[in-house]
Design a protein around this ligand. Structure first.
Ligand code: MOS
Length: 739
């Protein structure tokens, strides 16, 4: 029996739909006080004074915390800069400087939320203004390289780019731009902080409880075991909740100062600045190819904004280093400082934006060569990662292209732009390549057989709403050999065994092997108990002589040679003094030294463009992916489909518009920050190719959190060109850019 991979329903579905699932701001904490964050209204300068006299007239106000009276933190920790990028440079009211608009400058606490909000609005703040850099064109006059691009080099060079460009019979040199985007999960960031002496409990909406625990402990200079982070449910994170931002620490500071638990939820507008963004990018692509399509050169040079206080780079060029067999190549990443909040990870950071530039450039090159863009990709297909000079651990991209082209009907395409129409609508077909790296971190899991016969597994990981509870339950059931209803998987508390950040599409790859190891260890431990007890039917048995009967109630161990000799796990546990408990650890080996590991996929898109109005619609998308072993056909397909939906948003809707005078997002709300809604989404056909990868991790699962958004931007932009003959190199492709 294997339940892993089966399309079982979410084990947390009932809790979700009934409202029983508690999100961070919903945990009942006795005597909790309500805080609001007050943020700057200028982009650069200094807070001269904060007059709180009007605020204090609001009944129930308990604390107005500003840089003048805030708890002094141990000096080495005053800005929280510990281990970028997870530990960020924070603004913790230790100084009066303002580096961006919407930066935290005060916390107001009252007995109700409404009173706190009213009091916050009554603060009179005087600033000294300083000049601000808010124009990217101006900012990029002075750029600097980041230290690293994730763990990779900032710049790379292979062969001779100039010679390669000259050798081609067709070449392009084009620049693409993508806008600032802001994370907008339904649940905004929220923290409840509760002190008990020098012990701190944080109910925090986070993708990384262990990070919250360690970083907050360091800032207050207390042992990590004194801090407990609790987060059983996350209402979406998308990378924004992978870091500990200022409000988490500020809530804890206010609670300490007040001697009372404090709840602090960011409002929707505060999602636009103090908790990261996807930075805008400018990506120059150069490519050349021989007349048969063989690429002779490629380059990818990225400039992105970063804040005045920290370096964070959108790693756009990584996908170009590994995707095509280009012998002469250069890539680079540069940063331009602006008075904006520090950017951060947003779903497929680098790949979402970098694949847009790379796969539009390939499309442009294909038109120069009078070649089909899929054929051009196949011509430069590689089984080795040319950047790392390593074989891929597995790569099913060729099958993805084939299946996708077949399902979409790609070969019926007339390559001529403006050649296809339906009435007054132009029709365009475009395609692109999807990819995302496969990574893994060490993780631990405990397993114990409870008196009611349920096996309880625990790991300090997170469920961002994507299915961690469900797939870990499946893996645990298979490893132990029992039905899923005999397993409970718990997460969401930093006191549980070690687990990494739920980012980089690594939760399954990292935690599932630990869950699997714990299930196997628990089974062995039970067998050991039975084998050592002469009253057990399994007395004297060894592991290789024993099987598990999952069909029996709750799982029975039996002797392979004599199936009548059997005993239920629960009965075995009863022979043991105290709970039967194990903890297992799983960690990566040296596979990264031997293989380049990525998921791949192919995306085909049809768009229609209203010739008079410029309105773009996306009637159908076909996405075919090789992602190793899919852990749950239902949640997995949903996650890939969700990624495609976001890709449609990236291509057509999303953009944080910054006011050039004040540096504030002018569309900092869900009404004006456009994301796709049901009316924007039509047919999405997700397909998975069978892919066996023994190298990535024991489960062979590659991670599907991020690949879905990649490739979609380019496929849509390419389809829009095919429909209209107009090449829009600036996302999002809004109708004004077509008219
Ligand atoms: Mo993801 S952007 O690594 O949460």
């Amino acid at each position: 029996m294997t339940i892993t991979g089966a399309p079982i329903n979410r084990v947390d579905a009932w809790a979700k739909v009934s409202g029983a699932a508690r999100y961070s701001a919903e945990h009942p904490v006795a005597d909790v006080a309500h805080a609001v964050l007050v943020t700057s209204t200028i982009p650069s300068g200094r807070v001269l004074s904060i007059d709180d006299s009007a605020a204090r007239e609001v009944p129930g106000v308990l604390l107005v915390m500003t840089h003048e009276n805030a708890l002094r933190l141990p000096p080495k920790m005053k800005d929280g800069k510990l281990q970028p990028p997870i530990g960020r440079r924070l603004t913790l009211l230790q100084e009066d400087d303002v580096y961006y608009n919407n930066q935290p400058i005060a916390v107001v606490v009252a007995d109700t939320f409404e009173r706190a909000r009213e009091a916050g609005a009554r603060l009179r703040i005087e600033y000294e203004r300083k000049p601000a850099v808010l124009d990217f064109e101006q900012a990029k006059q002075s750029v600097h390289p980041p230290e690293k691009v994730l763990t990779e080099e900032t710049d790379t060079k292979r062969g001779d780019l100039q010679a390669g460009l000259l050798a081609g019979s067709a070449r392009i040199d084009v620049t693409y731009t993508t806008p600032v985007e802001s994370h907008n999960p339904l649940e905004t960031h929220a923290t409840i902080a509760q002190w008990d002496g020098d012990r701190l409990t944080l109910y925090d909406s986070t993708q990384y409880m262990k990070g919250v625990q360690r970083i907050v402990a360091s800032i207050f200079d207390i042992p990590p075991e004194n801090v407990t982070a609790i987060c059983p449910y996350v209402g979406g994170g998308f990378g924004s909740k992978g870091s500990v931002w200022s409000h988490v620490v500020l809530a804890a500071m206010a609670a300490k100062q007040l001697g009372r638990p404090v709840k602090l939820s960011l409002d929707r507008n505060q999602m636009f600045g103090p908790v990261g963004s996807r930075p805008n990018t400018e990506q120059r692509m150069r490519m050349a190819a021989l007349s048969d399509g063989r690429m002779t050169a490629s380059s990818h040079d990225t400039i992105a904004y970063t804040s005045m206080i920290e370096d964070w780079i959108e790693p756009c060029g990584l996908v170009t280093r590994m995707m095509y067999e280009s012998p002469n190549q250069e890539t680079s990443h540069r940063l331009a400082r602006m008075h904006l909040g520090t950017p951060t990870f947003m779903r497929a950071p680098g790949e979402a934006t970098g694949s847009y530039a790379q796969d539009c450039a390939i499309d442009e090159l294909a038109y120069e060569l009078h070649m089909d863009p899929l054929d051009l990709r196949l011509k430069n297909y590689t089984e080795r990662d040319p950047g790392k000079d390593l074989p891929f651990s597995s790569k099913s991209l060729r099958q993805c292209y084939e299946i996708g082209a077949e399902r979409f009907g790609w070969r019926d395409r007339n390559p001529q732009p403006r050649s296809m129409r339906q009435g007054h609508k132009l029709v365009g077909w475009g395609m692109a390549t999807a990819s995302y790296p496969t990574n893994r971190s060490p993780a631990e899991c405990s397993a114990t057989l409870t008196p009611d016969g349920t096996a309880l597994f625990r790991s300090g990981t997170q469920d961002l709403g994507t299915g961690t509870y469900t797939v870990m339950t499946q893996v645990a059931a298979d490893a132990l050999g029992v039905p899923v209803d005999r397993v409970r998987f718990e997460l969401g508390n930093s006191q549980m065994p070690e687990a990494p950040v739920s980012g980089g599409s690594t939760t399954v790859a990292s935690v599932a092997p630990a869950v699997q190891a714990a299930g196997k260890a628990l089974r062995l431990k039970l067998l050991g108990i039975a084998a050592a007890d002469e009253r057990s039917p399994l007395f004297g048995a060894t592991a290789d002589q024993v099987g598990v009967d999952a069909a029996s109630d709750g799982g029975e161990l039996y002797l392979l040679a004599d199936p009548a000799r059997r005993e239920a796990m629960q009965a075995i546990a009863a022979r043991h003094d105290g709970p039967v408990e194990v903890t297992a650890k799983a960690e990566p080996g040296d596979e990264k030294q031997k293989y380049s590991m990525h998921s791949f996929g192919a995306v085909f898109v049809e768009v229609t463009v209203d010739e008079d109005l410029g309105e773009i619609r996306v009637p159908r998308v076909v996405g075919v992916y090789g992602v190793g072993k899919l852990m749950n056909e239902k949640t997995g397909y949903s996650q890939l489909m969700g990624g495609i939906v976001w890709g449609i948003g990236l291509a057509l809707f999303e953009e944080t518009l910054i006011d050039q005078r004040e540096g504030r997002a002018v569309n900092g709300n869900l009404a004006e920050y456009h994301v796709p809604t049901n009316a924007d989404i039509q047919a999405i056909d997700v397909q998975i190719v069978d892919e066996d990868d023994p190298h990535v991790n024991p489960l062979g699962a590659k991670g599907i959190g991020e690949i879905g958004i990649t490739g979609v931007g380019a496929a849509i932009a390419n389809a829009v060109f095919h429909a209209t003959g107009k090449r829009v190199r600036d996302l999002p492709i809004t109708l004004d850019k077509l008219l």
